[in-house]
Design a protein around this ligand. Structure first.
Ligand code: ZN
Length: 282
């Protein structure tokens, strides 16, 4: 339901300001929406940093928040759409990306409903070309009064992302054919842009890699130009330590949800710093 804020000016005037109430599923979309709407709308995030979006199930209070939302901004592609089926105002940003750009999941990595790797927010190009424009257009459609404000802010977010994208270009443009090891197949789209292959430890969600799978990854990495070993901030350390020691490559933190970031650009700045350290370090 729309929250009504009564702003009274002179005694005879009461102006009703309708502020949209927006719920986002994961933190990256929270950061983006917040940057676009500023104080003109209420924005909240359903899946708190530290929770796993792949295994999330809404609580009773989450259901209440979802029911009260004017707009739900979600990823789709099997990540968060299953429990959003019964809500009307859901923007599934992942579905705005032409499927020819999406990476099909190997069978063992298939999420509950998806066919494609769902981590589309980790491609700067998807964000600037499809995701942010889709969010902006929906906000403009729902709240025309603030259209110019939303358009201006969306443009600022896009421009700052394009700046950080240039840094990735100069860091990774000559790394075609290289490999990286990740605990979870999250940053696949970012690396794919530069022809870098992601070797994911995880075989399905929350499943510990088998000894055989670890051995295959280590052997693959030894034959290749390995530029980094990365884990999310809530990683289970054991298998990554084995890989890291075996390959004599210190692992770095690569956070797919930007738990500590204040803007979406900061999420990528942090990622850039980790990847840079890996590329130039041991
Ligand atoms: Zn994931």
């Amino acid at each position: 339901m729309k929250k009504m804020l009564a702003v009274s000016f002179v005694s005879s005037f009461i102006i009703w300001v309708f502020a949209l109430n927006i719920v986002t599923t994961i933190n990256p979309y929270y950061l983006i929406v917040k940057q676009i709407v500023g104080e003109k709308a209420t924005v909240s995030v359903l899946i708190k940093p530290g929770s796993d979006p792949h295994t999330f199930n809404p609580t009773i209070s989450d259901v209440k928040a979802l029911s009260n939302a004017d707009l739900i901004v979600a990823n789709g592609l099997g990540l968060d759409n299953a429990y959003l089926k019964n809500y009307k105002k859901v923007l599934l940003v992942g579905e705005k990306i032409p499927s020819k750009y999406l990476v099909e999941l190997e069978e063992e990595h298939e999420h509950e409903e998806g066919t494609y790797n769902p981590h589309v927010w980790l491609s700067i190009d998807f964000l600037t070309d499809y995701i942010i424009p889709a969010i902006r257009d929906e906000l403009v459609r729902m709240d025309k009064q603030n259209a110019t404000f939303y358009e201006k802010n969306a443009k600022m977010v896009i421009n700052s992302l394009k700046e950080v994208s240039k840094k990735f270009d100069s860091l990774l443009k000559d790394k075609k054919g290289a490999v990286v090891i990740l605990d979870h197949p999250s940053y696949v789209y970012l690396f794919k842009k530069y022809g870098i292959q992601v070797l994911a430890l995880e075989e399905g969600h929350g499943k510990e890699p088998s000894a055989r799978h670890l051995k295959n990854i280590i052997e693959h990495a030894k034959r290749s130009n390995l530029i980094g070993v990365f884990v999310g901030p809530q990683f289970k350390a054991e298998s990554i330590k084995v890989v890291s020691n075996e390959l004599k490559k210190q692992y770095k933190i690569l956070d797919p949800l930007g738990s500590k970031a204040k803007t979406i650009t900061e999420l990528f700045e942090n990622a850039y710093n980790s990847i840079r350290e890996a590329v130039y370090g041991k």
